[in-house]
Design a protein around this ligand. Sequence first.
Ligand code: NAP
Ligand code: F7E
Length: 332
Amino acid sequence: MTDTTPPNKTALITGLSGQDGSYLAEFLLENGYDVHGTVRRSSVNNHWRIDEVRRTVGDKAAERLHVHYADLADSASLSRLLTETNPGEVYNLAAQSHVAVSFETPESTADVTGTGAARLLEAIRLHNPEIRFYQASSSEMFGSTPPPQNESTELHPRSPYGCAKVYAHHLTINYRESYDMFAVSGILFNHESPRRGENFVTRKISLAAARIKAGLQDELVLGNLDARRDWGFAGDYVKAMWLMLQNDAPSDYVIATGEDHSVEEFCVAAFSSLDMDWRDHVRTDPSFIRPAEVDHLLGDPTKAERELSWKPEISFSGLVELMVEADYQRAT
Ligand code: NAP
Ligand code: F7E
């Protein structure tokens, strides 16, 4: 018999105030969803990305965006939220997401980035195991395993952040296998945007290049310029998250561009887009070198292309230009 139940187009996003939370909310609102998203209390207002979402989608669609206080370290807040919002889809994007910071705060990173997923999965199982669940897994889980990395590649994390993500990743698979839940992981490679946090390397570079050009800053100090990453655009990647939850069967996917560049290459592209030579402005300092580095991440997105018909739309040079242009506009 055909199921005639209308789809539950209510989504809950943990980490609404973050880069991906904002792009995903925008995408879901534009596709007719009611969107509930979590924020944390902070001593300063850090809701600038949510303000951008409201501006982008317009007043009418923004009425379907609802902001809630919740914390992945607080089980009761998660259970309460599920009861209040009754979502059909949950996207777990909240995390302590900075790799270098995770070496300074390994315990709280494990608690939020790792155990936080356990709290949310268990709350969903008890509330309504029919909810479709997306876990924000990361290419950092591959760590030192040589590229190209795909869904079958061995995991060898190189940071407390990577270790916490491995736990959450396996637990998501475990809930799928144990309770037959539609719980999936997107193994996303680095994705960036003008909304990227300022202490990730791409945004640090685009912001510095823009500010140096505008005469507001003299130099940019970085760590390892040789690290290679597969950088894509966050707006493209949140569509893949949604596609995974619309699939007939739950499965995990690598989301990447299949192209890698070094940190130095990002500097070259960013500074030259403003007619500057990066070598005149960038110096390195060992204080930015991590206790263990991930040298080379390069994803193989074949499975996502084949099964989700997903492809990134913005190229590396397009991404650099988008970020530098946005930061230059902000600086001038
Ligand atoms: P982000 O900008 O750092 O956003 C993280 C979000 O998590 C923020 O909204 C943050 O709130 C929230 N958060 C932190 N601790 C929390 C807690 N204890 N309880 C509730 N919320 C908390 O990260 P992103 O780049 O959007 O990434 C989204 C997710 O994808 C993260 O899980 C990240 O680890 C993962 N991921 C990212 C990438 C990437 O390249 N961007 C790649 C693979 C996986 P505040 O604003 O209050 O800090
Ligand atoms: O570093 C090198 C650094 O911090 C990239 C997160 O979204 O992606 C992100 O993690 C590379 C590293 O990103 C500086 O050593 C050099 O090799 O921008 P990042 P990340 O560590 O790759 C993954 C997929 C996630 O899941 C994470 O949540 O750049 N690097 N100099 C530097 N990095 C920073 N941050 N700052 C520097 O000055």
